[in-house]
Design a protein around this ligand. Structure first.
Ligand SMILES: *Cc1c(COP(=O)(O)O)cnc(C)c1O
Length: 468
């Protein structure tokens, strides 16, 4: 027997047609169109019906139906992908979009690519061109490779290499390098997806050249090395030096490929960071191909780059998978604009924000933290500037900590705990993402972009207004 008050409440809901034509929704109709308004009306009425059936609302509550529809529309069509302030100190933060791009790189790229461009058109001959050649020359010059290819991301680059060079054959790889990168990128699964067979050699902590010799058969097609970019092994460990792997490959006619992951074009040692193997250095050591990301230490857009021997790159060019993995014109334009910064008068850390953030020393960050803490203090927030350590590499520099400076707010204070503060800051129109540590909220100033200090101050001002 249905509850009569429930049926009364359901009957009292406005008719769809009447709500659709409500004069209060005239502006919403003009702004979003009839169909979007109709969808929002249905959504609001469905929600109301659900709430009545669940016993959550009573028939007597007056309701601003048009207001609810307008709110629903605004929420539905508000941008979801939004600029955030990265106060985590993690420069290459995958959750926050990895390498930040310089605004002049973006402007330049969009000017070139947004309309029509010579993506696959040879301007000299008027014939069909090749999208990969657009940046191949830059990559050759900057890496020393004979040839290069760009795909959607490094995961695709690795898959294309294994598919192109080892399908239906075997890939030799050390047991110490069966890497998982966050999400679902695991070397064994990538190899399996390509249809090649993984032949693990050695032990987790130690692999010797003899293990590669023992693992080789007439089915072996490829020798692979994977840079352990998110962990480090210590203790009783051994890996085969690149030179020995290269000699092994030459002796048996097998290509030797390294997945470098982050793949910096320049040494980070001058910044006081570990001297990660750079792309040019690894190729100079004789590796046949390397793969690396465009949006890690390179400091550009998401992309996967394959660089090395011309004949091998040409084999990859003929694979149908390349068509599935190819980049669009905007990515290629962003990558080209980024690579051109490596040949400019200024060093790349002066023009590419990700490298600039990695290069900056703690002594230069201290005044920024002091200045920001001072501004927040002036707004009535108990902020202080404190030394901290950043983990700048995320997935790029394993277990590397560098000295940095942060603004710290210790709660509970006023209406806030550090948790409610962090949540409220995340929910603002321009979210501010910090770190919770030792009972406080921390904002590492290393990862602030130009203008972010103003955004942080505005964010705290909004919180103060909201909480008052
Ligand atoms: C990051 C990384 C990948 C995945 O690269 P994406 O560009 O994120 O696809 C693969 N291998 C290694 C070693 C990595 O560090």
């Amino acid at each position: 027997m249905p509850d009569p008050s429930v049926s009364r409440a359901l009957r009292a809901l406005p008719a769809v047609g009447r709500l659709l034509l409500a004069p209060e929704l005239a502006e919403a109709r003009a702004r979003h169109g009839e169909e979007a308004v109709a969808a929002a009306v249905r959504e609001v009425l469905d929600d109301a019906r659900g709430a009545i059936l669940a016993g959550e609302t009573s028939e007597t509550e007056p309701m601003d139906w048009a207001g609810r529809v307008a709110t629903c529309l605004a929420r539905t069509w508000a941008p979801r992908l939004r600029r955030v302030v990265n106060g985590t100190g993690v420069v290459l933060n995958t959750n926050l979009g990895r390498a930040p791009l310089a605004s002049d790189v973006v402007r330049e790229a969009l000017e070139e690519a947004a309309g029509y461009c010579n993506l696959e058109f040879d301007l000299a001959s008027g014939d069909r061109g090749d999208r990969h050649s657009v940046i191949e020359e830059h990559l050759r010059r900057l890496t020393g490779a004979e040839a290069a290819l760009v795909v959607n991301n490094n995961a695709a680059a690795v898959l294309l290499v294994v598919d192109g060079l080892a399908r239906e054959g075997e890939v030799l790889i050390s047991r110490g390098e069966l890497v998982e990168i966050g999400g679902s990128f695991r070397i064994p699964e990538v190899v399996a997806t390509s249809g090649a067979i993984l032949r693990e050699v050695g032990a987790t902590n130690r692999t010797r050249l003899a293990d590669f010799e023992a693992g080789r058969s007439d089915r072996t097609r490829l020798v692979m090395k994977c840079h352990t970019s998110n962990y480090r092994m210590e203790g009783f460990v051994a890996e085969v030096p690149r030179a020995d792997l290269v000699a092994f490959g030459r002796k048996h006619g097998l290509p030797v490929v390294e997945d470098l992951g982050s793949g910096s074009l320049i040494s980070l040692a001058p910044f006081g960071l570990p001297d990660e193997p750079t792309v040019p250095r690894v190729l100079a050591e004789g590796l046949d191909l390397v793969t690396f990301s465009g949006d890690k230490l390179l400091g550009g857009p998401q992309a996967g780059i394959i660089a090395g021997r011309r004949d091998l790159v040409d084999r990859l060019r003929r694979r149908p998978l390349l068509r599935a993995f190819r980049c669009d014109k905007v990515t290629l334009a962003l990558l080209e604009a980024t690579l051109r910064r490596y040949g400019a008068g200024l060093p790349p850390e002066a023009t590419l924000p990700a490298l600039g953030m990695l290069a900056v020393q703690a002594i230069a960050l201290e005044p920024r933290a002091l200045g920001l803490a001072h501004r927040l203090l002036a707004e009535g927030w108990p902020a202080e500037a404190v030394p901290t350590v950043s983990m700048p590499g995320g997935g790029a520099l394993p277990a590397t900590e560098v000295p940095s400076w942060a603004v710290r707010l210790t709660c509970p204070w006023g209406p806030w705990t550090e948790d409610t503060l962090a949540t409220a800051l995340r929910r603002l129109p321009c979210p501010v993402i910090g770190r919770l540590r030792d009972g406080a909220w921390w904002l590492d100033v290393r990862t602030l972009l130009p203008g972010d200090e103003d955004r942080v101050v505005a964010a705290f001002r909004q919180l103060a207004g909201g909480a008052a």
